[in-house]
Design a protein around this ligand. Structure first.
Ligand code: PAF
Length: 282
């Protein structure tokens, strides 16, 4: 496994591989790999001739009061995991290499980026779509892999690829969870033990809503209300949003039908967590 830092070097390597007719799987990450990343890497290794893992904590997608400087960066450990899983290249550019002096281009997906995470984290998706465009340009993926945990991000990236007519298949793979249901996230390490317990209630609340839908509840307001009430039983938990939305457009739904996403974003102490479940409503 090779670690590549300069973007130009990554471009020449990936172009050469493409010319040799190899398929390239790309797993974009900010490092601090967990089981969720592992499942993306494993899928890529299975489905492609070569896998490139990108590790880059992207300053453009963090707001001024967010956790950019304290975001975990266990690069050596990430390299060990990647090697063990069969990754061929890690592309880990330095920020000055990816955004050199004079860099001034942004890439933006409009409507799909507006609500939910877009409202709570202004500029976040612009940062994500800009860096993902650059990472794709450098790595030339045949397939790219994202987790359903960041559902809005995955849809925004699918839209980006479709609109730009890039020949990349974007796969969204299921959320990997801890034994108590908490979605795996690099930010879970911030949680103190009592907060960690409270964080598990996110999944319990989502599952309860899912059960109620299966039992016949179709009123979105009733369901959001019950999720909110369950979450608020936890002293350290503050709700950012709870929403039932159309799974394609992310527009709110009032009466459930078709494929629906239940979205939750909360603060547990100072840590912001998101999760979701998808449900097909007959
Ligand atoms: O999901 C992430 O880890 C990041 O948002 C991504 C897609 C790697 C872009 O920086």
């Amino acid at each position: 496994m090779k670690v590549i830092r300069p973007p130009d070097r990554m471009i020449s390597v990936s172009r050469k591989l493409t010319h040799q007719g190899k398929t390239i799987g790309v797993v974009p990450t900010m490092g601090a790999l967990h089981e969720g990343h592992r499942s993306l890497i494993q899928a890529s290794v299975r489905q492609n001739d070569l896998t490139i893992l990108t590790v880059f904590v992207n300053p453009l997608q963090f707001g001024p009061s967010e956790d950019f400087s304290r975001y975990p960066r266990p690069f050596r450990k990430d390299c060990r995991i990647a090697k063990e899983l069969g990754v061929d290249f890690i592309f880990a550019p330095h920020a000055q290499q990816l955004y050199p002096k004079g860099f001034q281009t942004v890439v933006e997906v409009t409507a799909l980026s507006k609500r939910w995470e877009g409202l709570s984290r202004p500029g976040h998706f612009r940062g994500v779509t800009t860096v993902v465009s650059l990472l794709f340009q450098c790595t030339q993926p045949t397939r790219a892999y994202f987790g359903q945990k960041d559902y809005q991000q995955a849809l925004v990236i699918q839209r980006l690829v479709q609109d730009m007519r890039w020949p990349i298949k974007v796969s969204i793979l299921p959320t990997i969870r801890e034994a108590d249901g908490l979605a795996m996230s690099s930010r879970n390490v911030y949680l103190k033990s009592n907060q960690r317990q409270q964080a598990a209630s996110i999944y319990t609340a989502l599952r309860t809503a899912l059960e109620r839908i299966r039992m016949g509840e179709r009123n979105a307001a009733v369901l959001t209300d019950s999720v909110r009430r369950m979450l608020l039983e936890n002293a350290d938990l503050r709700i950012d949003y709870v929403a039932l939305v159309d799974a394609k457009t992310l527009e709110p739904v009032w009466k459930l039908h078709g494929r629906v996403a239940i979205l939750v974003a909360v603060w547990v102490g100072k840590t912001r967590l998101i999760d979701n479940l998808l449900v097909d409503v007959p």
